[in-house]
Design a protein around this ligand. Structure first.
Ligand SMILES: Nc1ncnc2c1ncn2[C@@H]1O[C@H](COP(=O)(O)OP(=O)(O)O)[C@@H](O)[C@H]1O
Ligand SMILES: O=P(O)(O)O[C@H]1O[C@H](CO)[C@@H](O[C@H]2O[C@H](CO)[C@@H](O)[C@H](O)[C@H]2O)[C@H](O)[C@H]1O
Length: 485
């Protein structure tokens, strides 16, 4: 960055510090209190906000006759959230009207409209420009892969649809994910794709630029990651639903996805530390699952009648004494919505953030790879249950094909350790019950169906809706109808 640019950055950062936002949020506070709980990415939905204060404020662009861009990190009842606010003369142009948060009556922005800045192409372009030219602005540090060529000014658009964070797509070439709830320490969604890229694994789009906050006395907080946009790819979840609707087979894709997942797991195990689990660690894993179950049962009344039955899966894991299980860095929240089938027909995995509600330190801990496998197996069940009528055989076939694909690459079929797999599937279904009850109560019935099944005492498999036990004839189902990738 040039000296003039860095002097300008210091100026804007100093101006932001002097905005009167230092302790409280001043005139912005009432409007943000009303606006935050309505955001899809806000984790405290349904709660009245107690503490709301500024952690850092930096003007990426001071407002003048045109839009300004204010970057905020807010402490909302102990959670840290990232906001990018547009500030413009009021009224907003019609295209931006739905993004309005409020009009500042006093303070440095008196008379100006404050709005969600990401939908404003001018501000979205400014953010990309920052990422193209590394440097700092107040607490913000912008960084990039020096080898990457990031084009100038591709047209930005916000990604529409359900999301935990917020993303901007630039000219269908790059996608910038802006993390909303952030914490100290590198986000695994930056850490793991970078490690995979360095290891030569092409199953994950490699980060080309990122930005962080450097706050006194804290590890840097990852705030955003820019990656190549896999244009024309199909989201695995949508693809699966489409196949179900048209009565079409998905086992070839499930098999190829098993292989892709196994490749990513092998690359992660090669690039980052692994740990062999002994009986003590396995018992600790099982205790963690049991504790999560108890906490979820307190929060989700529908789960309570099944709590004792579900605990059986975790007790069995503790009793198994964990021989031969190894833990490694994994995806952490793998489901069909985190997979993309690219235009050349291969699978890519995205969103390595882990389960968004878990503390970052937990999400960065090595875990058995079967946790990801359980996530995908649950996802086939989700897809089959979203279909009317419920299609259990479709899900069973996909589950079997996925495990076979995984085994083809690693030499180990996940179903060979049914106790471990069942414990992780149960843990995932419990997580889903809490996730759905918090975010999509209309979907709660989907994990509840699995919870009912998983809470039943284990019987030898007698029909196709059961996960086949190792050695049973259904372990090696008929070959898929189409050639496998
Ligand atoms: N590299 C990419 N190429 C194409 N589409 C992508 C890419 N990364 C993400 N997406 C799309 O954006 C959506 C949201 O991304 P994701 O990383 O899952 O965000 P979140 O954590 O907010 O849910 C994905 O479901 C996918 O459709
Ligand atoms: O926002 P993320 O993609 O990181 O993940 C969260 O939201 C997912 C839903 O969007 C949720 O996934 C659950 O629903 C999916 C269908 O929409 C299904 O395919 C998954 O199997 C099921 O877990 C995910 O659990 C949550 O962390």
């Amino acid at each position: 960055m040039s000296e003039a640019a860095s002097a300008r950055d210091r100026l804007t950062a100093d101006r932001a510090a002097g905005l009167g936002l230092g302790l409280g949020l001043g005139p912005l506070e009432p409007m943000l209190r009303a606006w935050l709980p309505a955001q899809r990415w806000f984790a405290g939905k349904g709660r009245t906000i107690g503490r709301l204060r500024t952690i850092s404020a930096a003007e990426l662009l001071p407002p003048g006759s045109a839009a300004g861009l204010l970057h905020l990190l807010l402490d909302v009842d102990g959670d840290c959230y990232q906001l990018l606010l547009g500030i413009r003369p009021s009224p907003l142009p019609p295209a931006l009207a739905p993004a309005l948060i409020g009009r500042a009556e006093q303070g440095p922005y008196a008379g100006l409209a404050v709005y969600e800045g990401l939908g404003d192409p001018r501000l979205a372009s400014l953010l990309l420009e920052r990422l193209r030219s590394p440097g700092t602005l107040g607490p913000l540090r912008f960084d990039r892969d020096p080898a990457a060529v990031i084009p100038e000014a591709p047209t930005p658009r916000p990604l529409s649809g359900e999301q935990t964070n917020s993303s901007l797509i630039y000219g269908d070439s790059y996608i910038l994910k802006i993390f909303r709830r952030v914490g100290p320490g590198v986000n695994p969604d930056l850490e793991l794709p970078r490690a995979l890229a360095a290891a030569g694994c092409a199953r994950v789009p490699a980060p080309v630029a990122w930005y962080e906050a450097e706050l006194p006395g804290s590890e840097p907080l990852t705030l955003g990651v820019l990656q190549p946009y896999l244009r024309g790819s199909d989201d695995g979840w949508q693809l699966a639903l489409h196949r179900l609707r048209t009565g079409a087979d998905f086992t070839a894709e499930a098999h190829a996805l098993g292989r892709a997942t196994a490749e990513v797991h092998s690359a992660l195990a090669g690039a980052l530390p692994t740990v062999a689990l002994g009986p003590e660690q396995t018992a600790r894993l099982a205790a963690g699952m049991t504790a999560r179950l108890a906490a979820t049962a307190r929060e989700v009344p529908a789960l309570r009648p099944y709590e004792a039955g579900l605990r059986g899966a975790f007790d069995a894991l503790a009793a198994s004494r964990g021989t031969g299980v190894s833990a490694q860095r994994i995806h952490g929240d793998l489901h069909l919505g985190q997979t993309l089938r690219t235009t050349d027909g291969s699978w890519a995995l995205i969103d390595f953030e882990g389960e968004p509600a878990r503390p970052l330190a937990d999400r960065r801990r090595p875990e058995p790879a079967v946790r990801d496998i359980a996530g995908i197996l649950r996802s086939f069940d989700y897809a089959a249950r979203s279909h009317r009528p419920f299609a259990p055989a479709w899900a069973d076939d996909c589950r079997a094909a996925f495990c076979e694909g995984y085994a083809r690459t690693t030499g180990r079929d996940p179903r060979e350790d049914p106790v471990l797999l069942r414990a992780y599937e149960t843990d995932k279904a419990v997580y889903e019950a809490r996730y759905e009850s918090r975010h999509r109560p209309d979907w709660l019935h989907v994990p509840m169906a699995a919870i009912r099944r998983l809470s039943e005492p284990q019987r030898p498999p007698s029909h196709r809706t059961q996960l086949p036990a190792p050695g049973s004839p259904t372990l090696h189902p008929k070959p898929p109808r189409r050639p496998l990738a």
